[in-house]
Design a protein around this ligand. Structure first.
Ligand code: NAD
Length: 380
């Protein structure tokens, strides 16, 4: 079984899908691993690092694609790269199956089997493969550093001979994986932190990190599904949250928004008036930019200034921490590949409770009903 890794070509993307320690594990499972020359450089890994653990380093990207049984990527590959894979090949990575399902039609045309890391179920058995959580952890951490580096003040409370410096105030909206990591990071830097989430269960986690949980009376409304994910709220419920947020935004120095509802546009948590009500010099970092944003003014990967308030919506913060983001991702995908290897050979068992739900297309047919429905097709 030949596993191939490409050099990622997206703007600002420095991650690599497999790090050398993972390659070593796959080689030990009797797989052969080929990597495009220079693929690891952004994550501080040289071609020699890969050679030393038994990988083949390839200069010819097209030949690498043509020989791959399993292609592991961070980001979805281009249509041209899809067309160079051999029929029956397997592709594994962040494929954006629910956001951009039509972009996966080349996989159908080529008869490919595709697995999206976004679809890996969040069951206990699949925890080691949860790449969404890995990347959310990195993004939540880096968002705080980005905010701390841009505001015109310090984070911690300082008592100096020249007087007391009050701590920065950080407001985190959405206390899932990214939000909790943002809270923990901001607390470590000494900020006073408040957080809001529609899931009541998040309250305990927020408080355990030393932050204040902001509660909204939603009149006993259901806010989460059986799997523990937030559901789309009514406009009235959203408005109650927005009013509370606007009030607390007035005193915040840094606001980090992370609220998402799987498969839907991100909820709007701050309208223009809420941003206008913020202090000069404060900053909003909207981590939901790739699904439409939580903030009315945010524009994906652009800097918006409004009355001295900065609004950022970086869509790839994990790509700015490439060593650790790659290390975590690499371990996640390697755990998944483990499920696809039997005696050194490729073995796809769609009845497996992790492999099946993660599959988007198999041998050229849609397998995932939600993705198929999103392009107006049905699973046969
Ligand atoms: P996510 O990225 O889908 O959303 C981030 C947060 O936004 C969530 O906490 C969500 O409740 C919140 N949110 C959604 N709509 C909102 C609104 N209108 N206002 C305020 N907040 C809103 O979530 P995630 O980080 O992927 O995690 C979601 C859940 O899954 C959490 O309960 C988390 O603990 C759980 N989880 C479980 C596993 C596992 O069991 N393996 C792994 C990761 C996460």
């Amino acid at each position: 079984m030949n596993i191939a890794v490409l050099r990622e070509t997206g703007a600002g993307e420095a991650r690599v899908a497999l790090m050398p320690d993972s390659v070593q594990k796959l080689v030990a499972l009797k797989a052969s691993v080929s990597i495009e020359s220079g693929a690891g450089l952004g994550a501080a890994r040289t071609d020699d690092d890969y050679r030393s653990v038994g990988a083949n380093v390839a200069d010819d990207r097209n030949a690498l694609l043509a020989s791959a049984d399993v292609l592991v990527v961070v980001n979805r590959l281009s249509r041209e790269d899809f067309s160079r894979l051999k029929p029956g090949a397997v592709v594994l990575g962040f494929l954006r199956p629910l956001d951009e399902p039509a972009e996966l039609t080349p996989a159908l045309e080529r008869g490919l089997t595709t697995f999206a890391m976004e679809l890996v179920p969040r069951i206990t058995r699949a925890q080691a493969m949860d790449a969404l959580s890995s990347m959310a952890t990195v993004a939540g951490y880096k968002a705080v550093l980005l905010g701390a580096g841009r505001i015109p003040r310090m984070f911690p409370l300082l008592m100096t001979a020249a007087g007391t410096v009050p701590p920065a105030r950080v407001l985190v909206l959405g206390a899932g994986v990214a939000g909790l990591q943002a809270i923990a990071t901001a607390r470590r830097l000494g900020a006073v932190v408040e957080a809001y989430d529609v899931r009541a269960a998040a309250g305990e986690q927020v408080r355990s990190l030393g932050a204040t949980f902001l509660e909204v009376d939603l009149g006993g409304l259901q806010t989460e599904d059986k799997g523990g994910y937030a559901i789309e709220l009514s406009e009235e419920a959203l408005k109650r949250g927005r009013d509370l947020i606007a009030e607390h935004a007035k005193t915040a120095d840094v606001i980090i928004t992370t609220a998402q509802v799987p498969g839907r546009r991100a909820p709007l948590l701050m309208d223009e008036a809420a941003v206008n009500g913020m202090k000069r010099g404060s900053i909003v970092i909207d981590l939901a930019g790739s699904t439409g944003g939580n903030v009315a003014l945010s524009k994906a990967d652009e800097t918006v200034e409004r009355n001295g308030v900065t609004v950022l919506a970086p869509t790839n913060l994990p790509g700015t921490v490439p060593v650790h983001a790659s290390q975590l991702y690499s371990r996640n995908v390697t755990a998944f590949i483990n499920l696809l290897i039997k005696d050194g050979e490729l073995h796809v068992d769609l009845n497996d409770d992790v492999v099946g739900p993660s599959c988007v297309t198999h041998e050229g047919k849609w397998v995932n009903e939600r993705v198929a429905a999103a392009v107006g097709a049905v699973v046969k």
